[in-house]
Design a protein around this ligand. Structure first.
Ligand code: ADP
Ligand code: MG
Length: 695
């Protein structure tokens, strides 16, 4: 616990960060490590040897006995295997050792991690490789070393390696464009600030529900009498137990060097948000994984459970993870920040055009990047952006783009000054009047907020796609503009032409409306409603060409990755289906039968006394017929379960979508109706009211 409010006293205390490195490493070693971290240069083995030793000493002083290569397999979660530092000596005692080799490379048994078709080709062997750009940290008496995870044949098996590759792609492409403006920053980086939404639920209540235990969401449950209609939870007062939980989360995160910044209640009861200050996509991805872990762990200390699922409760808002994304230079210039000077404006307009073109050209794979079974419940459900990808500019910027497109007042003066026809770009500020919560991809002042990601997703996959598609359009721009005689004019022309060519992707209206769905169709935008609809686009020729060209994935990597994502969808549905059946057969049906018997017994005794109870008879009839219906619905789902095809993952996905989900939905409706009729004492598990309000 913190003794006073000075966060700087504890910030990063469990991180092998720059000050710690500086204090513990010889000067030359420190210098070359910093160069690797800031410029991505290759690291010498001798350097690693010294760093390993210093890390070990530091970790042992802080109580560590073990180290682990911490990696991010394609499950979207993190993985770790712990080795102790002990090394036996001749006199049968031990010393604590950690070599450069052990720091740089590890060999976890990879056979249980999803690898798609790769499994056959490399026999599941893989190794982990140290990512020196993400600091090592200490948790639960182990030294955690962030690593990449790749196969022996070199194929990536994780979400970090391609993310690093996509950062390199952005760096290369953006630098080419900036060079045309006479700028040569050391690096161009992609940033992200993920806003993490989550629900809290009382742990004891959660443990009484198989669905929450096994699938992370409720598969049954009717809406509580009071939902979120009152709007009294958003930014509302934080309850004491929740506040204590949040305080501990913050402190834990600060110690781990995570820049936890904002916390508040969200729209739904028991729903909350935490957001950090943005960092590079790689660091932010690591930190978001740490954040999700800390949320879970700390909740437990407070008798709570943290639900990260995208849709834990039907009829109540789900949880997303807004991915605030931008690009900037190592000199601190944000490239999506509209400046005031015309020549800077051209640069901004060109980068803006690159994002617009990227989102339009690659709306399909951007959609895939947020496609999961859980997120299918959110997107398009009037609480989150639709499954249609579009881009929101805000009134001011949209007006600028419109004016430029019309061509009025765009003046050039050979070689130097450029009049864009717009006096000067307004200094667009993020303010609440200029925000559109219904857009999946919204400009918010100096960045774009991608609002479609689900709360449980790793932001790795999302930012791999974002970085790569923007790197691609910047590459195309650089190809066109390099060697142009009249550069500023050509750049502005290209930006304006791009606005014209991609105007269909820009939409500033209400994304939740039915009219937009029709309008989007007229515009030829994709509306990929579910994961099985979207997934095949990821392995299209266009997508493979893109990832190969930008050096992010090989063809095999794209194909296996797509297969794994599809498999994950199928597995999720499989477990939900089985859990649902188990609950229906073993808990709900017996409860309904018991309660019906209570009512019919009561009726019989009344009848014996000659009492007439027509209403109760009606209720008995209703209970009986609904219980019969429940049994029929169980049978239907049972049949569907038995008939899951032994097909390829894509056909199987379609089967889940077309056959299993409707059967699950039907069963749920019947069970939820019964919940409203059966006495509370008979109902086998906690209701929505208890789950949402007893926090
Ligand atoms: P909102 O008002 O949208 O809920 P929050 O303060 O909750 O905003 O979160 C905004 C997130 O955007 C934070 O993580 C913040 O650090 C991040 N952010 C701000 N500027 C940038 C930027 N230029 N690039 C990336 N992320 C940014
Ligand atoms: Mg927020």
């Amino acid at each position: 616990m913190m003794e006073n409010g000075d966060v700087s006293k504890i910030f990063g205390e469990n991180v092998f960060n720059l000050p710690t490195m500086k204090a513990r490493l010889p000067k030359d070693i420190y210098k070359s490590l910093v160069k690797t971290i800031s410029e991505g240069t290759k690291l010498d083995f001798e350097v690693a040897e010294v760093v390993a030793n210093a890390m070990k000493d530091w970790a042992i002083e802080k109580g560590c006995t073990h180290y682990t290569h911490w990696f991010q397999p394609m499950t979207g979660l993190t993985a770790e295997k712990h080795d102790s530092f002990i090394q036996p000596t001749d006199d049968k005692t031990v010393i604590m050792e950690f070599s450069g080799k052990e720091l740089v490379m590890g060999e976890p048994d990879a056979s249980s991690f999803p690898s798609g078709g790769l499994r056959a080709t490399f026999e599941a062997r893989g190794y982990t490789a140290w990512d020196p750009t993400s600091f090592a940290f200490i948790k639960d008496h182990s030294l955690y070393i962030p690593t990449s995870f790749v196969s022996y044949t070199g194929e990536v098996l994780d979400k970090k390696t391609p993310l690093l590759r996509s950062e390199a792609a952005i760096d290369k492409a953006a630098k080419r464009v900036l060079a045309l403006f006479g700028k040569n920053p050391k690096r161009v980086v992609a940033y992200v600030g993920p806003e993490q939404e989550y629900f809290l639920v009382d742990k004891k209540l959660r443990n009484q529900r198989k669905d929450l235990l096994l699938t992370g969401r409720t598969l049954f449950g009717c809406k509580p009498a009071k939902g979120q209609e009152m709007d009294d939870h958003y930014f509302g007062q934080i309850k004491e137990r929740v506040a204590a939980f949040m305080k501990e989360v913050d402190e834990e995160l600060w110690k781990l060097g995570v820049l936890a910044k904002t916390k508040h209640n969200e729209v739904a009861p028991a729903q909350h948000e935490i957001a950090p200050i943005f960092s590079t996509t790689n660091i932010s991805n690591d930190h978001n994984q740490i954040t999700m872990e800390v949320l879970k762990k700390v909740a437990d200390h407070h008798g709570l459970y943290c639900l990260l699922h995208e849709k834990p409760y039907e009829g109540i808002n789900g949880s997303g993870k807004h991915n605030n994304w931008s690009i900037g230079t190592s000199d601190g210039e944000l490239l999506l920040k509209p400046g005031k000077k015309p020549e800077q404006n051209v640069q901004f307009l060109l980068f803006l055009a690159a994002v617009i073109k990227a989102v339009d050209d690659y709306q399909d794979i951007l959609r895939v990047s947020v496609a999961t079974a859980g997120n299918d419940h959110r997107l398009g459900a009037n609480e989150a952006p639709p499954a249609i990808i579009s881009l929101y500019l805000g009134d001011q910027l949209a007006a600028v783009v419109e004016q430029l497109k019309s061509g009025h007042g765009v003046k050039y003066e050979q070689g130097k000054l450029i009049e864009t026809g717009v006096e000067s770009l307004p200094d667009i500020q993020k303010d609440s009047t200029d925000r559109n919560r219904t857009s999946p991809f919204a400009f918010t002042g100096n960045r774009f907020e991608f609002r479609a990601p689900g709360s449980r997703q790793s932001i790795g996959g999302i930012n791999i796609v974002l970085n790569t598609i923007v790197a691609e359009t910047l590459t195309e721009f650089a190809d066109k503009l390099e060697g142009c005689s009249d550069f500023p004019k050509a750049a502005l022309d290209l930006a304006i032409q791009t606005f014209r060519d991609h105007e269909r992707i820009i939409f500033n209206g209400n994304g939740y409306s039915d009219e937009w769905v029709e309008e989007a169709e007229r515009r030829g935008l994709l509306n990929l409603k579910t994961t099985p609809d979207a997934m095949p686009y990821f392995k299209s020729k266009k997508s493979i060409d893109l990832f190969r060209k930008q050096g992010v994935f090989t063809q095999v990597e794209v194909e296996t990755r797509t297969e794994i994502m599809m498999e994950e969808y199928n597995n999720t549905l499989h477990f939900e289906m089985l859990t649902m059946l188990e609950m229906a057969k073993q808990e709900i049906l017996p409860a309904c039968l018991k309660y019906t018997k209570f009512v019919t017994d009561d009726l019989s005794s009344k009848k014996a006394l000659g009492l007439d109870a027509p209403k109760e008879l009606e209720k008995a009839k209703q209970l009986t017929s609904l219980t019969e219906e429940l049994m029929a619905d169980i049978d239907t789902l049972d049949v569907a379960t038995a008939a899951v095809p032994d097909a390829d993952v894509y056909d199987t996905g379609m089967y889940y979508k077309n056959t299993v989900i409707p059967a699950m939905d039907k069963l749920r409706v019947t069970a939820d109706t019964l919940e409203t009729l059966v006495a509370k004492d008979y109902w086998p598990f906690p209701t929505y009211t208890e789950l949402l309000y007893l926090v």
